[in-house]
Design a protein around this ligand. Structure first.
Ligand code: VGL
Ligand code: ZN
Length: 218
């Protein structure tokens, strides 16, 4: 029997708005906290739960602060790749890089940290943005007989999308739980375009109520 993994993408303080337990993150995704209870219950239904953490050095070149005269949201070319400039976020070992306080982290089996190389951004859990370097996640999943990869978390239009597209390219069956994701929406249509791109790549984008009945119920 092939096994099912859930990849929980970037549920970190810097990607979520304020709650009574934490201040607003530097790159807060609108309604980013709303998905936490659903993700907590989804994690119970999987053979394997992997969580990613965006994990940048303080001088990461995706930060607008590293490019004098440039502003957050501007797009530049970095090492031949298109790069959106972000506020400083998810700096290694800082509170902003920690998982959100309400995430039930004891349910996580394996953590993948990405974006550690100053010179290249890394949205996907599998590769950096140029696909020059792989994390070991594909091998890790295959060694555990994972055929089906479910994706949830932040943000639909960046790291969720990149993770889902790479998982398809790597040959996994991919399911995106859309109500367990939220988008940045720098452009208001970014979320819809991301869903379209994931569907075109063969990912099934579904609501949590439509998950296959082969997953154990909670
Ligand atoms: C992300 C922007 C910059 C994400 C990470 O998690 O979607 N977005 N770094
Ligand atoms: Zn980042």
């Amino acid at each position: 029997m092939s096994a099912n993994a859930l990849i929980v993408v970037d549920m970190q303080n810097d990607f979520t708005p304020a709650t009574d337990r934490k201040p607003a993150g530097a790159l807060a995704v609108p309604q980013g906290n709303d998905v936490v209870p659903l993700i907590n219950s989804l994690m119970d239904r999987f053979d394997l739960v992997v969580a990613t953490q965006d994990w940048h050095p303080p001088d990461h070149l995706s930060f607008a602060s590293q490019h004098p005269g440039r502003k957050v949201g501007e797009v530049i070319e970095l090492d031949g790749l298109t790069q959106v400039l972000w506020p400083d976020h998810c700096v290694q070992e800082t509170p902003g890089a920690a998982f959100v306080p309400d995430l039930e982290t004891h349910k996580i089996d394996h953590v993948v940290r990405k974006g550690t190389d100053r010179h290249i951004d890394s949205y996907s859990a599998f590769f950096d943005n140029g696909r020059r370097k792989a994390t070991n996640l594909a091998r890790f999943l295959r060694e555990r007989d994972i055929a089906n990869v479910y994706v949830a978390g932040l943000a639909t239009d960046y790291c969720v999308k990149a993770t889902a597209l790479d998982a398809r390219r790597l040959g996994f069956n991919v399911y995106v739980v859309r109500d367990a994701c939220r988008a940045v929406n720098l452009k208001p249509t970014d979320e819809e375009e991301a869903i379209q791109a994931m569907r075109e790549a063969g990912a099934k984008v579904m609501h949590s109520s439509e998950l296959p009945s082969t997953l154990p119920a909670v």
